[in-house]
Design a protein around this ligand. Structure first.
Ligand SMILES: *[C@@H]1O[C@H](CO)[C@@H](O)[C@H](O)[C@H]1NC(C)=O
Ligand SMILES: *[C@@H]1O[C@H](CO)[C@@H](O)[C@H](O)[C@H]1NC(C)=O
Ligand SMILES: *[C@@H]1O[C@H](CO)[C@@H](O)[C@H](O)[C@H]1NC(C)=O
Ligand SMILES: *[C@@H]1O[C@H](CO)[C@@H](O)[C@H](O)[C@H]1NC(C)=O
Ligand SMILES: *[C@@H]1O[C@H](CO)[C@@H](O)[C@H](O)[C@H]1NC(C)=O
Ligand SMILES: *[C@@H]1O[C@H](CO)[C@@H](O)[C@H](O)[C@H]1NC(C)=O
Length: 493
């Protein structure tokens, strides 16, 4: 965790009072206070009324196995989720291990069997799609080298739309739970949480129908309301998460059933990974959807999901999407930004004011528009700052500028589906001195192809409210769906 980012924490004195109350609020669920709505979705609050936590029916008898071991059959291959080969050529789940679909006859509790059967069918359909014809789609048909396997992705996406059900735990109160920022660089926390809570298609109110379970907390909100500013004490955040998992594990059978493996959390804040360390099973077993997808900090591409940091300054993408064609971009490469983190100093040292084709600045000259520069550049440099993820990647994609990812240990968003090499340039830090040479070696024809692909995959990074098919909300869900397809929960007798 980049300690220099502690300044991001903001907690006013009055909020500090609230901190001590939070665990109580969480557990008792009696106190209710209204947080200032950060998203302009007033109808959210209405929907939540009458949405009281339901008491889960106990579908399984745990007294026979007091501390169930993790029976989840996770695939051994790390790249199983890559929508290219391993996943679609080799069964990640040994199919001969699958529970026989028709043998559940008089079993007392067969809800789990039904859920698993849906997944068995989905896996088969996705495997089949590799060989088959392209499926029709009224909105969008994924085609091209931007996808590891476009047909398999499309089939998987359609299966998700048909079958995928998410249960969102109702416990917890705003501002920390069921809430999150919808603006600024961490906007995706709030956008996702609100979008899933309002969703009728994927969200189920019946946990027995769910394939995955969502823990609806916002790390940004914890940093703002639970963390004591400048204290450098992670304890209050750790306690909030631990209390929450204890509450849902005591109240429902689902957490204990898999020790969290069919549960997911989502965090765009830099402290997302640190927050997940609060509960060992959350870190080890759960699907962690993170902007800060740093493999050196334990990000595991086979289990976790990398999603994009999107700086929504106005809360909307309107006015930020679109840019001129390749021939009208006069600057070879552009970057403007502070010296955060270990990579940028090297970039500025080598390229600030060194070459007229390379616009690398700490500060933009007065009167120069940042977005104007993005639109005017062929390549947009996206070096990691304090953390691996950079909102510049999506800014580049929105403005039709080919992103140049300069990072280490970073798993770019949706790498399970997207082949980043086909529409971006990936540079390591040691390549920084050769930056111009590397970019110049990309032929104009090749550049035009890459730029066109940036325009094609842009839909996967767009934020819409309500969400639209194939947009960033659906891509996040799809990545979670893929992770869930990779293991099955065995039946407890
Ligand atoms: C649960 O399992 C225990 C131990 O196997 C058994 O004694 C008990 O009757 C079971 N309870 C139910 C409701 O099936
Ligand atoms: C996916 O598989 C392809 C082909 O085997 C490989 O080149 C690529 O690096 C893999 N991507 C990830 C994210 O593992
Ligand atoms: C799948 O499981 C069966 C029975 O458990 C076993 O015989 C077979 O070798 C397994 N196949 C693979 C590829 O692991
Ligand atoms: C694929 O399309 C071809 C040509 O339209 C058709 O002849 C063939 O039957 C299709 N295959 C499948 C599996 O639908
Ligand atoms: C889940 O496990 C925890 C810790 O072992 C236990 O306290 C809790 O009661 C269990 N939950 C259920 C629903 O049995
Ligand atoms: C990724 O994690 C490692 C290990 O914690 C850390 O040293 C490195 O600085 C991180 N990368 C970035 C860009 O923050």
């Amino acid at each position: 965790m980049g300690s220099s980012r502690w300044w991001r924490a903001k907690a006013s004195p009055s909020m500090k009072l609230l901190l001590s109350m939070l665990p109580l609020v969480l557990i008792a669920g009696l106190v209710s206070f209204k947080a200032p709505s950060l998203c302009n979705w007033d109808f959210i609050a209405k929907q939540r009324e009458g949405d009281h936590a339901m008491v889960a029916d106990i579908a399984f008898n745990y007294s026979s196995s007091p501390s169930p071991p993790l029976h989840v059959h996770q695939s051994k291959e790390a790249e199983v989720l890559n929508v290219t080969k391993p996943w679609f050529n080799a069964a990640p789940v040994n199919e001969s291990d699958e529970p026989p679909l028709r043998q559940k006859q008089k079993r007392k509790f067969n809800i789990l069997d039904r859920t698993e059967a849906i997944l068995v069918q989905a896996r088969a359909a996705i495997r089949e799609a590799r060989k088959g014809n392209q499926t029709q789609d009224p909105d969008y048909v994924p085609v091209g080298p931007m996808y590891w396997n476009a047909k398999a992705f499309h089939r998987s996406y359609l299966e998700m739309e048909r079958q995928f059900k998410v249960f969102v735990y109702k416990e917890g109160e705003p501002p920390v739970f069921h809430n999150g920022p919808c603006k600024s660089i961490y906007s995706m926390e709030g956008n996702f949480i609100h979008a899933i809570e309002m969703n009728d298609q994927f969200r189920t109110k019946d946990p027995k129908k769910a394939q995955v379970f969502f823990l609806p907390f916002s790390v940004v909100m914890m940093v703002r309301f639970v963390y004591e500013r400048d204290s450098r004490d992670f304890g209050p955040i750790r306690k909030t998460v631990t209390d929450y998992v204890n509450v849902i594990a005591a109240k429902y059978p689902y957490w204990n059933r898999t020790l969290g493996a069919d549960h997911f959390m989502l965090a765009c804040h830099d402290w997302g990974p640190e927050t997940s360390f609060s509960v060992p099973n959350l870190y080890k077993n759960s699907i962690r959807v993170l902007c800060n997808a740093n493999t050196s900090e334990g990000f595991n591409p086979a289990k976790d999901v990398s999603f994009p940091e999107i700086n929504l300054q106005t809360g909307s993408i309107n006015g930020f999407v679109g840019g001129p064609s390749a021939s009208r971009r006069r600057v070879l490469a552009f970057f403007a930004g502070g010296l955060h983190g270990p990579i940028r100093p090297a970039l500025l040292e080598h390229w600030e004011n060194k070459d007229e084709d390379i616009e690398v600045h700490k500060y933009l000259p007065k009167g120069v528009s940042y977005y104007g520069m993005l639109r005017n550049s062929k390549f947009c440099l996206c070096p990691s700052g304090y953390e691996v993820a950079s909102p510049r990647v999506v800014e580049a994609i929105y403005t039709g500028c080919v992103p140049v990812l300069i990072s280490e240990h970073y798993v770019p968003p949706f790498s399970d589906v997207l082949n980043w090499k086909s529409f971006s340039v990936e540079l390591s830090v040691k390549d920084i001195p050769r930056l111009k040479q590397i970019l110049m070696s990309i032929s104009p024809r090749q550049y035009i192809r890459m730029q066109r692909r940036v325009g094609q995959i842009r839909r996967h990074f767009e934020v819409h409210s309500p969400p639209k098919r194939f947009d960033v909300f659906h891509m996040i869900l799809h990545s979670v769906w893929l992770r869930r397809l990779n293991f099955r929960i065995p039946h407890h007798q």
